[in-house]
Design a binder for this molecule. Sequence first.
Ligand code: ADP
Length: 615
Amino acid sequence: MSLLRNTLPKKIRVRPEDDLPPELLQEATTDQIKRLLQGVYAFPIVFVLLGVIGYRTDHPRLFWTFVVPVVVAIVMRVVLALITTRHFLRPALLDWLLPLNILLASGSIGLLLLSSLVFYGLQNWIFLTTLLWSIGAVSGATIAYTPNFRMLLLNLALLLGPTLVKGLFIGGPSGKTFTTMASILCTFQLFQGRRLYKEYWAKLHDRALESARSREFEIAKIAAEAASTAKSQFLANMSHEIRTPMHGILGMAQLAMNAETPQESREYVETLRNSAQGLLHVLSDILDFSKVEAGKLDLENISFALRQSIDEVRNIVLPMALAKKLLLECDVDAEVPDLLSGDPTRLRQVLLNLMGNAIKFTETGSVRLQVTRDLPGAPKGRAALVFRVSDTGIGIPAEQQQLIFEAFAQADSTVTRRFGGTGLGLAICSELVRLMGGAFSVESQPNRGSTFQFTCTFGIARQPVVAPPQIILAVEAPLRIMLVEDNPVNQVLAAKLLRKRGHYVKVASTGLAATQVWEVEEFDLILMDEQMPEMGGIEAFHYIRAREAATGKTKTPVVALTASAMNGDRERFLDLGMDGYLAKPFNAGQLYELIRPFTPVTSTPDLTLSNVGPR
Ligand code: ADP
């Protein structure tokens, strides 16, 4: 609390109520009305007294002229107080009700005091009685008008102002003394009132600040709890998402080991491969998401044929749609240019995620992808495209439609149990689409279906993407490759894949062994793992480069083949001076593609396709 006090603004503004929350203003209004009632009981007593002591008999008309407005003002105060016990009174109402009330009450009493002075003079006891009452009213007003300093001023001016002015005209020692004393009293009351007024609003500001802070704490607490729950749920999902394919992999491997026919074993291995693909998908999502978090997701800019990319997406998801007997439609509007420049891989990733979700969450009906062109949406030379993926599936409740774009979020935890998924896909997609200059939107109705739509801007490419078919087919010459890898399974895998293509492969199990082999044998390429016992890959690489520099030996290309696949790892290896990088797990095609630049090509006039090895 004391901490909060210290942070209070020191300066009180002219209208401190301007920046207070409405509920506190309301409270101040109610308080002001209650304060008006304090001391109201004094009015009848004094009027009775004045009636008894002679003013009423001396000046009956004037007496009642003053009494009636005061009574009206009192009734007004009582009514206001009664109203505020049941209803909220708008603070703005007091802006005119309060001055009116003060005008009636204090104005009348002020004139009564003035008339007493005029009729009876300074030394008369009727005047003194009225004066005493007025002074009491003035001091009571500092409390009654604490919330409203301007009203205090008005009250003081009306109560004592006319009599003070009259006192100036009386002159002489008694007139001067009276005026001086009355002025001192007024000044004192004003100082006192000003101080109370400042304290009053400072306290309300204090409370406003305190409740704003506690609201902030509350919001932060709720957000932290939600984040923590989402992350725990995410970890639980992850564990489930990783264990499921792992279970498939291990189980199928066991079955394959005991298979009785090659056909049976092939089927098991096929399923094993699918499970491993699923696992890889989860890991890629995690990797992509870590890039999103670090703001390091980079896009390529290459030419590609849009319709071909859409076909590829369609071919990947078609088996899933067929298995669920769903109608799958992919339309690309004729207005959409085919040759574009951008990042086809990332575009495919977004479309695959949306189409995959659409199929996953739809039991009957159809899934449709539409691509149209938003003509005014892009500058010259670029095309703004609108991608729309709609389904007739389970839909998403309105309150969860924005949430699902947050990382780890799934519309409903029961959805996870039924359909699986990491909850990262849409978070990654929306970042990718943002990087491609577009934005996501979703329309959905529970049990009727969903439509995910995003826009993207691409360059319009002029060069044809597909190279004209080559008449002369290339045949790769075998390479002498040293595979530096400590893991026996990975050794077998990479060596087999390379030997299948006719390459000579020498395996070294540590960095140290690699350097020793390299000293005595010539290689065209070294595939280097990073983390190995005895000597790591990077150390071995530096050793080899240093020895080459010292001996003048020709440089052997070294390519990193590593499970370090986090953001920035590729750059890390290339910056060291390595000649290439491939993250594990890789497939045969990626491995062959990696070593292709290091392979001398020989031409052959033989045109039969069967001569071309897998790419
Ligand atoms: P996940 O890998 O869990 O599917 P996503 O980020 O791709 O992660 O999707 C998040 C959540 O959004 C899903 O779990 C699901 O609740 C909801 N969702 C996404 N697409 C659809 C859809 N087409 N129909 C219904 N719900 C969907």
